[in-house]
Structures are given as structure tokens and as C-alpha cells.
Write a protein that binds this ligand. Structure first.
Ligand code: G6P
Length: 611
């Protein structure tokens, strides 16, 4: 997730200062590098580099730049490591166009090859750079900047919010949007564009939230918008609204806490992750590495990422027949002894910096094991130290309790497992396409779960706030989801919660169950599993437990439970996507009902960089 900003005035001023201030407002979106480009008297100037904004300001002096029109970018790396060259803005060969972009261009590879064939010289490893060379190419043909820009946009597949300036037309910012956020701030004698409202609020409170497929350009006094899908102009003035939020509220998207904002960002995070998977060059390498591991795969993580590891292990043996041994990262000593050359370790860490996972990676590497990292932060320590790295595209997660990173991790892992199943012939080519097209429904599946659980989660939180203990039960692919639900309520609502495979109840835990003891069931849409869970629900009810169930639409378990959330289940591999959001909301509302701050739970850190 990157942050972009653009400002357009009719005459030169201290634009660098304004752009820098805007970038600081976008800091919460996370960044590893940043840059600005300004046009001053028909000349394009670019300043960019790797590092923290404040350090870059010292080094490059963003605030010294003057100009009438400019763009800025904070980068959260996706394609290409954080570096001076990969920082935005990107420029064309002739140095007259500059582009900033947030999103992923899925077909950048084929476009890049074509453009190189036409003589373009690329400076960076980013997907973004193709955009600016495409514009240059079409400008040669048409001599019309806006026409060239539109033609370039039509060629792009993937997600984008794009801003472009050019020394050929000093007072214009060209923009395009699809699946990545972009907002226009409508000023008096100037216009501003940004990824998000906080960066606009220093200038104006009149905003237009741009829709997908909208392209156009802003001048100091007007905004021209058209819908690329229909080819028709859009009357943007009809979309202007007044924002009442403070900057602090706006950076949380109007939500009271980052955690709830991030819970609701999950459909978008899944969308971006799918776009990333479809254009990933590492995915086929990861599939091959696993297949070549001769059936010996270890999978590890800490906290929530360990639940993703458990999901991987169950899904892998169920779908591909390849056994994966899951272990909690800090227990690496107990497992590394048996590791040998040719094995594979899948190391999962959203931050890529968790010390327990780093230690596990190092130990397994010493023993000749190939390491495959799954992370949300490009070029963080764990991917850097691994042989192959796959990335989720959840954007930075600020709330301490992991939410969107878990859903995107499990989606990525499901996709990987489907790839392994196809490679080994367990799934035919067409079965594989069928499975991945079902996995592509993940964003909608998560959305449905959120819609259907919000009200009940709020309601139940009132009684859960006074509980001291709970169980989360499931079977099969639902077990890691139950563990995640229990971890969430433990972390942020401070309620003791235990999760275990439901069949274990009679071997001890049921001794604690008495009247009104809360038991949450996670029932995946696998009929044998549902049948087995039925007995467990009954045994809990018989002891007076208050039961809540997250079940698939039309599940026969519905009638047995005190409270039910029905979710959409196109494929059992999507169980974490469909069944986790209700548990996140339950934990969130229980915490806030207790007056706790879910973003900053006591004694916990977002990233644990010590052993
Ligand atoms: C900490 C956080 C957890 C997180 C775990 C692993 O304990 O509080 O929310 O799941 O670290 O983090 P990672 O960045 O490795 O996924």
C-alpha cells in the first residue's frame, strides 16, 4: 500500500513544503522510500530515495523545491526491493513525464518486454515504470498527452491509482483509478489529489472520492473526469461532499480504531493479494520447490502466523497428500534436528521481522533446507534470508492484533497448495482453474461474513464483556480458525479463551462447562466434519453452555445453536476467509464494550524482534 499526492496551482510556490507535509499525512500507510516531482517553469525536477521521510528530507531537501504542479509518493514495496532507483516518481526516457502509482500492474512483464523491444530503457525493477514509458510511446504517436495517457491506462491490467505530471503541460495532473483509493480535494484556485483524505484536509474539506475506471486531469480551476468503461464524461461536481473528520479520524478512515478499519479493509486486501498472485513470478518457483522436497515440508510462524501455518499443514495433506509438519517458531530446536538437505521450510511472518521465525529460518538453512518465506513486508529480514519469497498485499497493519494479514496469508497459502496439486497431477488443469476461480471469490466471501456478523457481534459483546473464560471449538480446517478466534479475544478483550479440536472435549475441557459458559463453534462446510461437530454441540448444550456457531449457508447445524452466523462457503480452502471475520468482530466489540483500546493491548507488541 503506497500513498500518493498531487497538487496543482496556477503559479510557482513552495510546493515541496506542501508535498512533504502531504506525505507525512500519508505516513500511516507505511513506507520504505519516498519521492516528489515538481514542474517549475516547464522543467521537471525529481527528488527521491530509500529511507524514512524525515531522513530523506534532510538528505534531499524536499521542502526546498518550488513549482506550480507536483506529485509525491510514499512507497510500500511490492515489485522491486526498497531502493533509491525503485522509489517513485518514475520518469520516461526523455524525462518529460513523471508518474506515481499505488497498486499492482499485473501485466507489467509483457508490457516491459514490448517497450524494451521498442527501445525504451528501464531504470527500475518496478511494475510502475511501464506506465510512464507507455505514455511516452503513445505521445510519440498522437502528440496529445491526455490521449496518450488514456491509451496507456487502457493497456493496464491490475490495480492502480495513478498521478502523472509533464513539463509539456505545466498546470495539469493526469489521474486514473481502479481498485486503489484516490480522492480529489476541490480547492479555490487549486486542486489536490491523494490516496486518502488525511492528506487533503490541510487544503480543503470539499472532496470527491473517485470511482473505478475514472480517468481525467485536474487543472488549478477545474477537474475533467470521464469513465473509461463507458467513454462518457462524468459530472464530478455532483460527487463533491464535505468532510467533517479531523486528520486523526481520517487516517483511521472514520473508524474509531485501526483494528476495525483493518477488519473492514479485508476484502480490498484480498483483492490486492489476488492481483499479486496472478502476476507472481515466485509462485511457480515455490510450487516447484515444494514438489521437489520429496514430501518433507515444515511450516512455521508465531502467533497468528502460526495459525496460518497450521492451516497450510491441514490443507496440504488434505488436497495434495503432501504432509507438512507445522511447528511454533520458537520451538525450532525441537524440529530442526530431523531436518535434512532437500527439505523445505515454509516460514510465515507478516512483518518478516519476528525473531523466533528468523532463528528457525537460520537453523533450518544451516541444515541445507530450502526456505520459502511468506510475508507482507517486501525485503524484510525473513524474505531476505529465504531462498524464495511470496508476498501478501494486505498493506501495513497498524493494530497490534493481526487481522487482514491472516486472511491474506491463508489465501496465498491456499493458492500455493492448489498450484502444488496441479503440478503433481492431483488436480487437472481445468480443476485447478476451477479451484482458483473459487479462491478469487475471497473478497466477496469476506464481505458477506462482515455484513452478516456485525450486528450479532455487537449484541453478544454485551454479555461476553463480563465472561472470564470461553471455548472455541472446531474440527479439520476449522481448527486453526478457532485458534485464531480464541487468540483475538484473549489478546484484546483479556478473556481467557481456549481453542482445541472439538473431539477433545470429553478428554478434559468439558469439565469446566456449566450454565451460560460461552462456546463458539467454527463449522466448515465439509459434511463429514459438520456431522461430527453436531455431536460436540449437543454435548455442550447438555451442560448448559451458550453456543454460537459460524456455519456455512444452509448448514444442518443451524437449529442446534443459540446464535448463528451463516457465511458463504464456495470452497473449504476459503474457511479462514469466511469464518474468521465474525470472530474478529466478536473480539473487537467485546474489547470496546469493556472500554479497552484494541489497537494497543497490554503487554503485547506488533512485532517481537527479541527471542
Ligand atoms: C506478535 C503479534 C501477533 C503476531 C505475531 C507474529 O506476537 O502480537 O499479532 O501474530 O507477533 O507476527 P508476524 O509479524 O511474524 O506475523
Amino acid at each position: 500500500m503506497c500513498g500518493i499526492i498531487g497538487l496543482c496551482y496556477s503559479s510557482p510556490r513552495e510546493l515541496g513544503k506542501l508535498l512533504y507535509k502531504g506525505l507525512l499525512r500519508l505516513e500511516y500507510r507505511g513506507y520504505d522510500s519516498a519521492g516528489i516531482a515538481v514542474i517549475c517553469e516547464r522543467k521537471l525536477h525529481v527528488a527521491k530515495g530509500k529511507g524514512m521521510l524525515r531522513d530523506l528530507e534532510e538528505k534531499l531537501g524536499f521542502t526546498k523545491y518550488t513549482g506550480s504542479t507536483g506529485i509525491g509518493h510514499t512507497r510500500w514495496a511490492t515489485h522491486g526491493a526498497p531502493s533509491n532507483i525503485n522509489a517513485h516518481p518514475h520518469t520516461d526516457c526523455s524525462g518529460v513525464f513523471a508518474v506515481v502509482h499505488n497498486g499492482i500492474i499485473e501485466n507489467y512483464d509483457e508490457l516491459k518486454k514490448r517497450l524494451i523491444g521498442r527501445g525504451h530503457v528501464f531504470k527500475s525493477d518496478t511494475d510502475t515504470e511501464v506506465i510512464v514509458h507507455l505514455v511516452e510511446e503513445y505521445y510519440r504517436d498522437t502528440g496529445d498527452v491526455y490521449e496518450a495517457f488514456k491509451r496507456a491506462i487502457r493497456e493496464l491490467r491490475g490495480t492502480y491509482a495513478i498521478l502523472m505530471i509533464t513539463s509539456l503541460e505545466e498546470n495539469k495532473i493526469f489521474f486514473a483509478k481502479k481498485d486503489s483509493p484516490l480522492v480529489v480535494g476541490v480547492g479555490d484556485g487549486y486542486n489536490v489529489l491523494a490516496s486518502d483524505i488525511p492528506a487533503i484536509l490541510d487544503h480543503t474539506r470539499r472532496v470527491v472520492v473517485l470511482r473505478d475506471h475514472w480517468v481525467g486531469y485536474a487543472t488549478p480551476s477545474s477537474v475533467y473526469v470521464e469513465d473509461l468503461a463507458t467513454g462518457k464524461p462524468v459530472d464530478y461536481s455532483a460527487y463533491i461532499r464535505l468532510v467533517e473528520w479531523s486528520v486523526e479520524e481520517a487516517s483511521k478512515g472514520g473508524y474509531p480504531f485501526y483494528m476495525i478499519k483493518e477488519i473492514y479493509e479485508q476484502p480490498q486486501a484480498l483483492k490486492s493479494t489476488i492481483a499479486g498472485l496472478k502476476s507472481s513470478k515466485e509462485l511457480p518457483l515455490a510450487v516447484k520447490a515444494i514438489v521437489e522436497a520429496n514430501g518433507r515440508v515444515f511450516v512455521t510462524g508465531a502467533g497468528t502466523s502460526y495459525h496460518a501455518a497450521e492451516f497450510y499443514a491441514i490443507a496440504s495433506s488434505t488436497l495434495t497428500g503432501i504432509l507438512a509438519v507445522p511447528f511454533i517458531a520458537s520451538e525450532y530446536e525441537a524440529y530442526s534436528e530431523s531436518a535434512r538437505e532437500g527439505d523445505v521450510l515454509v516460514a510465515i511472518s507478516q512483518s518478516g521481522e519476528t525473531m523466533d521465525v528468523i532463528k528457525a529460518v537460520r537453523k533450518f538453512k544451516e541444515r541445507g533446507v530450502r526456505v520459502l518465506a511468506v510475508s507482507n513486508v517486501v525485503d524484510s529480514a525473513i524474505p531476505r534470508e529465504s531462498h524464495i519469497a511470496l508476498y501478501t498485499r494486505a498493506g501495513p497493519e497498524i493494530g497490534v492484533a493481526a487481522t487482514k494479514t491472516f486472511l491474506t496469508q491463508t489465501l496465498l497459502l491456499a493458492w500455493l497448495i492448489a498450484g502444488v496439486a496441479e503440478y503433481t497431477g492431483v488436480l487437472s488443469r481445468s480443476e485447478y482453474s476451477e479451484v482458483t476461480s473459487l479462491l478469487e471469490r475471497a473478497p466477496r466471501v469476506a464481505e458477506i461474513s462482515l455484513e452478516r456478523s456485525e450486528e450479532l457481534a455487537r449484541e453478544l459483546s454485551k454479555s461476553y464483556a463480563s465472561k472470564s473464560s470461553m471455548y472455541y471449538l472446531s474440527r479439520h480446517i476449522g481448527v486453526p480458525v478457532a485458534r485464531e478466534g480464541a487468540l483475538k479475544i484473549k489478546e484484546i478483550a483479556y478473556i481467557h479463551a481456549e481453542a482445541y479440536p472439538a473431539g477433545e472435549s470429553k478428554h478434559g475441557p468439558i469439565a469446566l462447562v456449566e450454565s451460560k459458559f460461552p462456546v463458539v463453534f467454527v463449522a466448515p462446510g465439509i459434511s463429514l466434519v459438520e456431522q461430527a461437530i453436531k455431536g460436540n454441540i449437543e454435548e455442550m448444550r447438555a451442560r448448559g453452555a451458550e453456543t454460537v456457531g459460524v456455519v456455512c449457508e444452509g448448514s444442518p447445524l443451524k437449529g442446534l445453536l443459540d446464535h448463528v452466523i451463516e457465511v458463504s462457503c464456495p470452497h473449504w480452502l476459503l474457511t479462514p476467509i469466511s469464518h474468521t471475520p465474525p470472530l474478529q468482530l466478536l473480539a473487537y466489540y467485546t474489547a470496546t464494550t469493556k472500554g479497552l483500546n484494541p489497537d494497543r493491548p497490554r503487554n503485547l507488541a506488533k512485532t517481537v524482534t527479541v527471542e
